[in-house]
Write a protein that binds this ligand. Structure first.
Ligand SMILES: O=C(O)C1=C[C@@H](OP(=O)(O)O)[C@@H](O)[C@H](O)C1
Ligand SMILES: C=C(OP(=O)(O)O)C(=O)O
Length: 465
């Protein structure tokens, strides 16, 4: 349903000003000097962090958020909520204080809202802005300006909001919001938590019931957090696993404290590195285990990976646990398409694990990878091919011929894509020959402190500059 992306993910116009407008940060990654060992906690969950700031800004009262991801993507959301009149302050150690304004009471921003590299920030915010009675303009960096926005503007237009964008529905986007919004009823044509969330956020300031039907379940952090802040939200699940979500419009959201678990999508990188670097054993603490996010863990176990959950508990309404990972031989795997939403951001690093495994892997139903920070189907194929692995695309499936070992030796183009950059680092740590990564700067969008964290486990990155 989205207009096709340009063949090249290169920006049509220069990147917006921001940390990534600077010089690229290349890295040469050699095989880890020894086993990876130690205990770490990866940064806070990106999806939950964006939502915590947005809901807190729409709530009445003061919300404290603990463990917020202080990555570039989430800081863009913090800036946007400030520009809309909420008081958002970073305290110390990942603790944040947000003084909300209440639903429908955000103020017109004085300038263009720059959402940087973040699809989640842009799409969820579009939902909020659609049902506020002022006009705003949103842009992003060269990657985000290439990503489809019609998937949210089309359903949101049913509220009465109006949108004007660049050709193909791309940013910059002008949003003429309405304070008298009609509620939307929509069946998602694509499995996207961002689209679902944009509609629900718009529904907060619409009179009556907003209804979203998702044939394939996607991450449910928006639903959980809406309930946590006091909205009346009802979810029905059908026999095939599809869901219908109904939200009563114009609730009063009340400030509530939020505790953000460690991001399972970030944990994926040290996790796969530890499986692949011989002799490794690491413990990943406090990892989010919401079942809508754990597809990678299931898949790696099916490949024979040693992943042991310890001390499973509930923190801030989300299941979390410590994950013990031990290196060992992996075998190829067939990943069903229905699992894709629960591990959508983990395919590049899973593909690295598949290339190192023995036997063929088939990763099915990956059409959504084409519209991420880069065309991740193409960029993951290039990552593997440049480093001596055999891989091909068949329709929307990726087929990786695992050789039982990684050669390396390639230069990886990361294409403004943090997950590609981190997957390339993991590949380099487990390969025979060093891997050159053209730019690691974008890692800051989701995983600040990635290089020092990997070094604390013994990766010894950047030895050769
Ligand atoms: O809702 C969210 O927080 C996210 C949803 C996913 O995107 P889609 O909704 O496009 O699948 C995911 O790729 C992204 O990193 C975060
Ligand atoms: C796809 C991703 O994020 P977003 O859509 O928020 O840019 C990601 O983090 O892998």
């Amino acid at each position: 349903m989205d207009p096709s992306r340009p063949a090249s993910p290169q920006p049509a116009v220069p990147p917006a000003a921001g940390p990534h407008a600077g010089a690229p940060r290349p890295l040469l990654v050699s095989a880890a000097p020894g086993p990876l060992q130690g205990e770490v906690r990866v940064p806070g969950d990106k999806s939950i962090s964006h939502r915590a700031l947005m809901f807190a800004a729409l709530a009445e009262g003061v919300t404290r958020v603990e463990g917020l991801l202080e990555g570039e993507d989430v800081l863009r959301t913090a800036d946007a909520m400030r520009a809309l009149g909420a008081r958002v302050e970073g305290l110390e150690n990942g603790s944040w204080r947000v003084e909300g304004r209440g639903i429908g009471r955000l103020q017109e921003p004085a300038d263009v809202l720059d959402m940087g590299n973040s699809g989640t920030a842009a799409r969820l915010l579009a939902g909020i802005l659609a049902t506020h009675g002022f006009t705003s303009v949103m842009t992003g960096d060269g990657s985000l300006r290439g990503r489809p926005m019609r998937r949210v503007t089309e359903p949101l237009a049913a509220t009465g909001a109006r949108f004007a964008s660049r050709a193909g529905g791309r940013l910059p986007l002008c949003i003429e919001g309405t304070g008298e919004a009609r509620p939307v009823s929509y069946r998602l044509p694509v499995a996207s938590a961002q689209v679902k969330s944009a509609i629900l956020l718009a529904g907060l300031n619409a009179r009556g019931e907003t209804r979203v039907e998702e044939p394939v379940p996607t991450r449910d952090h928006t639903e959980n957090m809406l309930r946590h802040f006091g909205a009346a939200l009802f979810v029905e699940t059908d026999a095939a696993g599809g869901r219908v979500i109904r939200l009563q419009g114009r609730p009063t959201l009340s400030a509530r404290d939020v505790s953000v678990p460690a991001d399972p999508s970030s944990a994926a990188f040290p996790l796969v590195a530890a499986l692949l670097v011989p002799g490794s054993e690491i413990l990943l603490r406090g990892v989010g285990l919401n079942p809508s996010r754990t597809g990678l863990f299931t898949t790696l176990r099916e490949m024979g990976g040693f992943l042991e959950l310890r001390d499973e508990r509930v923190e801030g309404g989300e299941p979390v646990g410590d994950l013990l990972v031990r290196a060992g031989a992996l075998r190829g795997v067939d990943v069903p398409a229905a699992r894709a939403p629960s591990m959508i951001d983990e395919y590049p690093v899973l593909a690295v694990a598949c290339a190192a495994a023995a036997g063929t892997s088939r990763l099915r139903g990956l059409e959504e990878l084409r519209v991420k920070e880069s065309d991740r189907l193409a960029s993951t194929v290039a990552l593997l091919e440049r480093n001596g692995a055999q891989v091909r695309v068949d329709g929307n499936d990726m087929i990786v011929e695992g050789a039982g070992a990684l050669r390396g030796g390639g230069t990886v183009e990361t294409r403004m894509d943090h997950r590609l950059a981190m997957s390339a680092v993991v590949l380099g740590l487990a390969a025979r020959e060093p891997v050159r990564v053209d730019d690691t700067a974008f890692i800051e969008t989701s995983f600040p402190g990635f290089v020092p964290l990997m070094d604390s486990l013994g990766a010894d990155l950047g030895r050769e500059g």
